[in-house]
Design a protein around this ligand. Structure first.
Ligand SMILES: C[S@@+](CC[C@H](N)C(=O)[O-])C[C@H]1O[C@@H](n2cnc3c(N)ncnc32)[C@H](O)[C@@H]1O
Length: 250
């Protein structure tokens, strides 16, 4: 028998998500919407550096940038062990397993394996981004993957607009990003609206610039956001403060 716990108010945490999640009350979270690091290889990173501005990459806390060689490497990969470490913390926290997780193509089978081992259902959504770079030697990088891992009894909310149930999500990328991997608020909002009750609690253990929390706040959900990079955490904190001011004004 599960005894649900109540989280009274939204909160941002600066720290390692494993430690913070360990302290959260059991069976208190309605939904996870999160965007953990992707598992880039060094080669991809170097390519990314070429395609992205030097300034942005060198400022990012996610990458090591070498001025002399102009090489850019991700600080650490995010493979099976990392994925299992944080996902294994979640069954204790969730009222019912109900999660949307952004991931790269190579990470999809790892999440699927975890879902199967934990007797959860599994499906894949695709975020289709507008085409930018067209190459004749490889498929375009205009899609990202979102895996849904969930239990029975987590049906989608009934919404008027049928487009909301489309498995392919069409949203433009964020221009003028505050952090390199910032996601669109409307994309996170779509998932939150579909899969959590008003007043429910949404957890994002890889908060980055705070997009999930901003979307939750706008939709009248509570949020718990965790970020270990101090600069990103401050950005998230400021965005949420601004969001509260905006909400008071209107
Ligand atoms: C892909 S970004 C999230 C971007 C976010 N969706 C946004 O819109 O800004 C992943 C974030 O997870 C954070 N992170 C990685 N490992 C973490 C950990 N163990 N605990 C807390 N945050 C972590 C990184 O610092 C990074 O900001």
């Amino acid at each position: 028998m599960k005894y649900f716990n109540t989280i009274e108010k939204s909160q941002l945490f600066y720290g390692n998500n494993i430690e913070v999640m360990d302290d959260l009350p059991a069976y208190s979270i309605d939904l996870i919407v999160t965007d953990p690091p992707y598992n880039f290889t060094k080669a991809n990173c170097t390519k990314m550096y070429k395609e992205t501005s030097k300034k942005l990459m060198s400022k990012s806390g996610l990458y090591d940038y070498d001025d002399e060689t102009e090489e850019c490497r991700i600080k650490a990969g995010f493979g099976r062990e990392d994925i299992y470490r944080w996902l294994n913390m979640t069954p204790r926290l969730m009222k019912k397993m109900n999660a949307y997780i952004f991931c790269s193509e190579v990470q999809v089978p790892i999440y699927a394996e975890w879902a199967e081992e934990n007797a959860c259902k599994f499906s894949i959504l695709v975020w289709e981004k507008p085409l930018t770079i067209i190459s004749k030697s490889r498929f375009s990088q205009n899609a990202e993957f979102i895996v849904r891992i969930y239990d029975d009894g987590t049906a989608l909310n009934k919404l008027e607009d049928c487009e909301q149930y489309n498995r392919i999500l069409h949203f433009p990328v964020v221009t003028k990003k505050l952090t390199p991997t910032q996601k669109p608020v409307d994309l996170m909002a779509r998932l939150i609206r579909l899969s959590s009750p008003v007043g429910g609690v949404v957890l994002d253990p890889f908060l980055g610039s705070g997009t999930t929390a901003v979307a939750a706040q706008r939709l009248g959900r509570k949020y718990i956001g965790i970020e270990k990079n101090q600069r990103f955490y401050r950005i998230a904190e400021n965005r949420l403060k601004e969001e509260c001011v905006q909400m008071e004004l209107f």
